[in-house]
Write a protein of this length. Structure first.
Length: 368
């Protein structure tokens, strides 16, 4: 492999950018958390299941929003009713969400979620109706977190916007340096410069679409459309313009691969520049302690907890779900002699396993 001065310069710039990014991550992204993690029998009482998922994962997904159905039902605001829907050929199981009372708390997320859930109905909504309402409720809840400064900065420090902009500029510069030279060498100076500028503009537009689809707010369908347009911009340009130029020179191809790895490293560090506040860290440690309890506890200890508090399982159910522990714990709890909660109605005589399968695996959480 022959290494020219241009290649050495690009690699030196890339290494420098990676080191700068690592330093910025240490300053703006690395958690200053030396608090001891202690086993917790309960999730933090200061936050609901959605907020727990947000603090732990740094983002909100539909699973976190769905968990509010169980959380609010357990608080006495909702009742979940299993129904039988008549299909064209056979009957199928469905469900209905019934509002028991108006929201009385002071949590904006829970209040908006309940309002959007029953926006087009009085006090009940079927599983089919819930799909439309739930999509809007999810976007409203995400907007509360992302647009409301008080909510957003309650758990996480503000993202360093200037640093993010500078890192984005670094990424674009690196990409330009590794694509312009091969294109000019392969297609000629005049036509090569035209193609190089064209592919840079199209690629930038594509990456903007992809970034918005991944990190932006908005309806799911909008994000899917943006992701499709982003790929339409990037992939044809890569295959038809850049790739032939890279294949013509193995040195350029190897350099391109190395630079893409550096760019990926920069993007990963950039995505992690979202440090928790002191309060957010305190809650995060409690959540880790609660999760650790699930990892190491034994059935006998669980039975003792349930004997002391018959509502224990239902108090933690929504939290188990957002922390991705529910499938493991379904195996434990379905073997215990637990009563179906008062907020769940069914015409059938359900055992604990049937209830959990219906609630968590097949119907209620499968509609999203």
């Amino acid at each position: 492999m022959k290494i020219d001065i241009y290649s050495i310069m690009i690699m030196a710039i890339s290494i420098m950018f990676v080191l700068i990014t690592f330093y910025l991550w240490l300053k703006y992204g690395k958690e200053d958390n030396d608090m001891e993690v202690i086993e917790e029998f309960y999730p933090p009482k200061e936050c609901n299941s959605l907020e727990t998922g947000y603090i732990y994962k740094r983002y909100i997904d539909k699973k976190d929003v769905v968990s509010l159905l169980i959380y609010l039902a357990n608080k006495g605001y909702l009742k979940i009713e299993q129904t039988t829907d008549q299909g064209i050929f056979k009957k199928s199981k469905g469900f209905r969400i019934i509002k028991i009372k108006e929201y009385e708390g002071n949590n904006e997320i829970e209040k908006i979620f309940l309002e959007e859930l029953f926006f087009h109905s009085d006090n009940s909504v079927t599983g089919l109706q819930l799909k439309d309402n739930f999509e809007k409720a999810t976007e409203k809840v995400k907007k509360i977190i992302s647009d409301n400064k008080e909510n957003k900065e309650k758990f996480f420090l503000p993202r360093p916007k200037k640093v993010i902009k500078n890192l984005t500029a670094m990424i674009l510069l690196m990409y330009a340096l590794i694509t312009i030279k091969p294109i000019i060498e392969f297609y000629g100076i005049i036509f090569g410069w035209i193609l190089a500028l064209f592919q840079m503009i199209i690629t930038i537009i594509g990456f903007v679409f992809l970034f918005i689809s991944i990190w932006g707010n908005g309806p799911k369908t909008t994000k899917i459309v943006l992701a499709i347009f982003g790929n339409i911009c990037i992939i044809p340009t890569l295959i038809n313009i850049i790739w032939p130029a890279l294949l013509a020179n193995k040195n350029n191809l190897l350099l391109y691969i190395i630079e893409i790895i550096c760019i990926i490293i920069l993007i990963i560090f950039m995505g992690k520049m979202h440090k928790r506040t002191q309060y957010g860290n305190e809650l995060f440690v409690k959540i880790k302690g609660f999760r650790r309890f699930f990892k190491i506890t034994e059935k006998s200890q669980l039975k003792r907890l349930i004997m002391q508090d018959s509502k224990y399982f239902y108090d933690i159910l929504s939290y188990i779900y957002v922390l991705d522990e529910y499938e493991i714990w379904m195996k434990y709890f379905k073997e215990m002699d637990l009563k179906i909660p008062s907020w769940y109605n069914s015409k059938e005589d359900l055992c604990m396993q049937d209830f959990l399968n219906f609630l968590l695996k097949y119907h209620l959480f499968s509609f999203v």
